[in-house]
Design a protein around this ligand. Structure first.
Ligand SMILES: [Cu+2]
Length: 193
């Protein structure tokens, strides 16, 4: 079963789920069509419907709360409660990235830094990401070109992104938010040792 799931792309899974959901809707309509009884007086029908609606409402609230409680543990946040091993300040600007080690006390415009930085592998790195002009998106791609982490780089706001580079290599930083004519050349590199 797991092997089968691994073969499914997101698109195929979405198509199958849509098909099943559509089939359920059709079946419900057919069921309602054949199970509907002749008209009864409005007052008692209304009373019945309200009663049923209340039951469905509480069942739905129960399911949503249970779902939240069960899935809360899968959120990635609790694993990052530990202190980061290193902090890096990041500024996105038209059209480059600036990296500086540590917490910068300069404004994004004044912060000095290059578009490359060297960081250790298997250490928790905290990126403090902001922008000196428009919205950008700080996206980390691994050595195979796979997107592994991202956060928005926004003017007048700082987003924290914590990531542990699993292995050494050159990780590229691309902008995922179209930010103007030279958006595509906005590339940074993190050399992970
Ligand atoms: Cu950009």
């Amino acid at each position: 079963m797991i092997l089968f799931i691994n073969f499914l792309t997101i698109q195929t899974s979405a198509a199958i789920i849509s098909f099943i959901a559509g089939a359920i809707v059709v079946l419900v309509v057919i069921y309602l069509f054949y199970s509907s009884s002749p008209a009864e007086d409005k007052v008692s029908a209304k009373h019945k419907v309200y009663k049923m609606r209340a039951r469905y409402f509480f069942a739905l609230v129960f399911c949503v709360i249970a779902g939240l409680i069960i899935t809360l543990g899968f959120l990635p946040y609790p694993q990052f409660q530990s202190r980061p091993d290193e902090t890096v300040s990041v500024v996105g600007m038209q059209w480059a990235w600036k990296f500086a080690p540590g917490i910068s006390d300069k404004t994004p415009l004044q912060m000095e830094g290059g578009s490359e930085i060297t960081l250790p592998s298997n250490k928790l790195i905290k990126f403090l990401v902001t922008s000196s002009d428009v919205n950008h998106d700080f996206a980390i791609y691994n050595t195979n070109g796979v997107l592994v982490a991202q956060t928005q780089a926004m003017p007048d706001y700082q987003n924290a992104l914590e990531y542990k580079f699993p292995e050494p290599g050159d990780y590229h930083i691309l902008c995922l938010e179209y930010c103007g004519i030279a958006h595509a050349i906005m590339v940074g590199t993190i050399h992970v040792k």
